[in-house]
Write a protein that binds this ligand. Structure first.
Ligand code: IVH
Length: 703
């Protein structure tokens, strides 16, 4: 998109233009070249904000530039160009979702915490209904974000957040990215014309873990818990970002159902909660069906609750309790509602995975990209089976927003077996001796002043030679998924850096082994082993090196994709950002990062130094064997396959075939998995490509 140089120019221009915004408009401003500059600057900042989500100026500064342009255009309407940022339809730019009124208010649930609470509730239900022994349903209480979906005439018509219970936000476009919600379902078979269904959107534990691994690879702060990430995910402005979060939705309640004549079907055609859940299940919705238990009487419910709590950890998603519901809809009706919850249902809440402990100290760690992370040192405390004594506080904003102080008693939570985090300080426990946490102004490692670019959340040490960063970069370079140099662990790296043996990556390849032998704990054998594994790493495939360089936003997968396009790594310095972006799955952020890295002379020098040491910098394309089963045939995979993509690709290569990167006239076979998109369309259009299912492909390879 923009080269580093262009960006620098535009940023310098921004400062100049901002100064002019306060001056009265004269005909100097209608000068074509001036207007051109202003438009370019505004467009550039829109790109940083809307595309990269990494603005380099404050919102109000952008607003100043924008209203300046608007003022000029008002004075001189003849200067308005059709593609001026002021001509964009306004809804493209709004951050809000329109409001919608739920057909039936979304109520909350009353809570219970033990057997006694449940017995009291059961007594009330029996009194209200006059029934001796109630048939209950027990199902998980999903810990996500409440949603409501309306189907009309078998089509998904609207999706909304809970909002304040009566009015929610219309997030239909986003809801449509949730693959677990069918876009159409044949409710009409059951005489249902309009139906409002309640449910919970959530991110399952595995997807949440992956999401955070990816964010860490991209140097983004990890998301603290799955629940907030789900509700944040539903509100993303771009449905593509919603899809990225891999949200799924369980639907567990029908609040409204009518036929074409607007007659209510709840309690007439539809008789019981369990029946409704199986109906939804059979229509293709995700429901609590698999976990739902029908139980007679409260004793059976209590036993089942106790048994289920043990199952909690084994579920694929987070739950914070169970929900007990009266099964028969006519009995539900007899129970009725209070103003904020139904009397026919109750939540049975599990003990939270939370604890409080003392915040003793805060350390500031320097990451390999120079980002400073505050780490809370805690009085050790057990939380869901793990002792916790140290916890990341992500960044300065996290501390200020939560007003966390040294000496505070803090509430910590471990959500979803993932990273524990501080929920809040317990302000009531303050004695007055707590002290503010002072963020350092200088790097704790090299003492250079820290910088915080506009729009970024992290303070950074920009000293490329900062020892902490050097050590972190080296640790990453030698790590298992990068160059995999055994015998060179984090502690050894730190020691070598401290001893002055290692200052940069190429130093690894000309270590002074004589000096190492003199260090404590090193013997001939261990030095020999180290030497061997360093030597062996020179032959690692190129993608491991690219990943190991620790370029921002370049994770393992991206490194592989990039290396496949190359013969020699230095080709990257000749790629334009457009060329970089044309690679599959490479967006502007990644492209810009690669571009910057390979346009920084010191990085190129480092790469040449590695070449001199004999490190592999070329991508060896496997030669297709001429007599393989797939010899002379080219393949491309698209959509989600049952087997790993890399396994499928190796199957092709091992049988003499080649794997292509895109659909073209050179392509012979396109193997399509679930949810195939534009590649399939393109292949169909070409007409020359043979389209295979995954099964057909496997059969073909197996002869
Ligand atoms: S039924 C009219 N069933 O928990 C009653 N709610 O803390 C509708 N929730 O507002 C609710 N799992 O967002 C029901 N299996 C489940 C649930 C569930 C989670 C949520 C729901 C509710 C909140 C109350």
């Amino acid at each position: 998109m923009y080269s580093a140089e262009e960006q620098q120019k535009l940023i310098a221009l921004t400062t100049e233009l901002l100064k002019r915004t306060s001056v009265a408009i004269s005909d100097k401003e209608k000068d074509a070249s001036f207007l051109h500059q202003l438009l370019s600057v505004i467009r550039y900042h829109e790109w940083r904000y809307y595309v990269l989500s990494e603005p380099v100026i404050a919102d109000f500064e952008y607003d100043q530039l924008f209203s300046f342009l608007k003022k000029i255009e008002e004075h001189y309407p003849e200067t308005i160009s059709i593609d001026s940022p002021t001509q964009r339809v306004s809804h493209d730019l709004t951050k809000e979702f329109p409001e919608v009124t739920h057909l039936v208010p979304m109520l909350s649930l009353d809570n219970s915490y033990d057997a006694e609470d449940l017995r009291l509730w059961d007594k009330r239900v029996r009194d209200l209904t006059g029934v001796e022994e109630i048939e209950y349903c027990m199902e998980p209480k999903f810990d996500g974000a409440g949603i409501s979906v309306v189907f009309e005439n078998d089509q998904l018509f609207r999706g909304a957040t809970r909002g304040d219970g009566s009015v929610g936000e219309d997030i239909t476009r986003n809801i449509k990215t949730l693959r677990s919600i069918p876009l159409s379902a044949s409710f009409s078979t059951y005489g249902i014309y309009r139906i409002e269904i309640r449910g919970e959107a959530l991110i399952n534990k595995e997807a949440f873990k992956k999401l955070n691994v990816k964010r860490l690879e991209e140097s983004l702060p990890p998301l603290a818990n799955a629940r907030n990430s789900a509700s944040g995910g539903l509100r993303q402005q771009d449905p593509k970002d919603v899809a990225d979060r891999k949200l799924e939705a369980f639907l567990y309640h029908v609040s409204f159902a009518e036929n074409k004549n607007e007659e209510n079907l709840l309690g007439t055609t539809l008789h019981a909660h369990s029946e409704i859940i199986s109906l939804l299940h059979s229509l293709g919705f995700k429901t609590p069906q698999g976990e739902l238990k029908k139980l007679k009487g409260i004793d059976a419910v209590i036993d089942a609750c106790n048994a289920f709590e043990k199952k909690r950890e084994s579920l694929a998603y987070e739950i914070d309790g169970l929900v007990i519901k009266v099964d028969a809809l006519n009995l539900q009706k007899k129970c009725g509602y209070t103003s904020h919850h139904p009397r026919w249902a109750i939540a049975y809440k599990f003990a939270a995975k939370q604890a409080t402990t003392l915040l003793k100290k805060v350390d500031f760690q320097v990451g390999r990209t120079g980002a400073i992370t505050p780490v809370a040192k805690l009085e050790p405390v057990e939380l869901a089976g793990v002792t916790i004594s140290s916890i990341s506080m992500f960044n300065e904003d996290f501390i200020t927003e939560k007003d966390i102080r040294l000496g505070d008693r803090v509430l910590i939570e471990r959500a979803g077996d993932v990273i524990p985090y501080i929920v809040m300080p317990v302000k009531e426990a303050r004695s007055g001796t707590e002290e503010p946490i002072l963020f350092p102004t200088h790097c704790p490692s090299c003492n250079e002043p820290l910088h915080k670019p506009d729009g970024e959340v992290n303070w950074r040490c920009v000293n490329i030679n900062c020892p902490a960063q050097v050590a972190e970069r080296l640790i990453h370079f030698v790590s298992k998924d990068a160059m995999d140099i055994r015998g060179l662990g984090a502690a050894t790296i730190q020691e070598f850096v401290d001893e002055g043996l290692l200052k940069n990556i190429p130093d690894i390849y000309h270590l002074d082994y004589e000096q190492i032998r003199k260090l404590e704990g090193w013997k001939d054998k261990s030095v020999g082993n180290l030497q061997k594994s360093i030597e062996a790493s020179k032959k690692q495939p190129l993608h491991r090196l690219i990943f190991g360089l620790g370029i921002r936003f370049i994770g393992e997968t991206t490194a592989k994709k990039v290396s496949e396009q190359l013969h020699d790594i230095t080709e990257l310095k000749d790629w334009t950002s457009e060329q970089l972006m044309s690679m599959e799955d490479i967006g502007p952020k990644v492209a810009m990062s690669l571009y910057d890295f390979f346009h920084t002379p010191s990085n190129l020098e480092m790469i040449e130094a590695l070449r001199k040491e004999g490190v592999t910098l070329v991508h060896e394309k496997r030669k297709p064997s001429a007599d393989g089963l797939l010899a002379g045939k080219s393949f491309l995979f698209t959509g989600t396959l049952n087997m790993k993509r890399s396994v499928a690709e190796s199957m092709v290569e091992n049988n003499g075939g080649t794997v292509l990167g895109s659909v073209s006239s050179k392509l012979n076979y396109l193997v399509v998995g679930a949810d195939a998109g534009s590649k399939l369309d393109k292949a169909k259009k070409l007409g020359t490509v043979i389209i295979l299912t995954e099964d057909e492909f496997v059969k073909m390879v197996n002869g």
